[in-house]
Design a protein around this ligand. Structure first.
Ligand SMILES: [Zn+2]
Length: 238
């Protein structure tokens, strides 16, 4: 699937969860009250951050567009992740990876505090900017400099609103990664969801990555669905 479809599917998953799930699901393992909803600010921040997190599994693809999100730095990191994880669509496209990023987010917030939270916010915003084509295309400086500037501006804006340890952030990161896996399972290559076991899960509806169905039907539907669900979630706030 294209980065754009992954990002919009992440946003859709977040807004659907906000409507369907109790607050305690978002804040697990911190014990929530079990009642109430996410605040409007958290709802909107979470939409962008889950969209960014929906790109994380493709960190194993050094030639993908996401690899160039922060220029040579991210390209180098993606090469390492690709080697360590066994290549494209192996370890990072599994339930184990979903658990790892969600737990890693919780641990980072818990042990490192606000600097970790803001660093992660910057990175996830950079991924969302790149995937949603809010920057010039390509691998060059003119592309990643725009990504960095927009992500820095977004992080400063969020700095004002976000708490030190947002209890919903590990959930958002895990949900984004999970939405990515669901999308890739719809393509003919599928995913090794149960890595390190070798079985591939695949329900091939999207025949070829980037085909017309994805560009003209799926992404616009995901975006419209996200806006409708967010509207519903915001208007039902007390
Ligand atoms: Zn993927």
């Amino acid at each position: 699937m294209l980065g754009h479809s992954h990002a919009t599917s992440g946003a859709l998953a977040w807004s659907a969860a906000a409507v369907a799930l109790p607050i305690s699901a978002f804040t697990y393992p911190v014990i929530g009250s079990g009642a109430g909803h996410l605040g409007i600010v958290d709802l909107l921040l979470g939409t962008f951050l889950t969209a960014g997190a929906a790109l994380l599994p493709d960190a194993d693809h050094p030639n993908g567009s996401i690899a160039h999100v922060l220029g040579p730095v991210s390209h180098f990191l993606c090469k390492i992740i690709s080697k360590v994880s066994g290549g494209h669509r192996h370890a990072t496209h599994s339930f184990a990876f979903v658990g790892l990023v969600a737990y890693g987010t919780w641990a980072g917030e818990h042990w490192l505090g606000r600097n970790f939270t803001l660093g992660l916010v910057f990175f996830l915003l950079a991924l969302a900017v790149r995937a949603l084509h809010l920057c010039p295309p390509g691998k060059g400086f003119q592309s990643y400099s725009v990504v960095i500037v927009l992500a820095v501006v977004g992080t400063f804006a969020m700095d004002h609103w976000i708490s030190d340890k947002p209890a919903w952030l590990p959930f958002a990161v895990g949900l984004g990664a999970l939405a990515h896996l669901a999308g890739d399972c719809l393509t003919d290559r599928g995913c090794r969801l149960f890595w390190p076991f070798g079985w591939r899960t695949c329900i091939p509806i999207i025949e070829r990555t980037g085909n017309r169905l994805e560009i003209w039907v799926l992404s616009p539907l995901f975006t419209a669905g996200t806006l409708a669900l967010l509207w519903f979630a915001v208007t039902r706030q007390p």
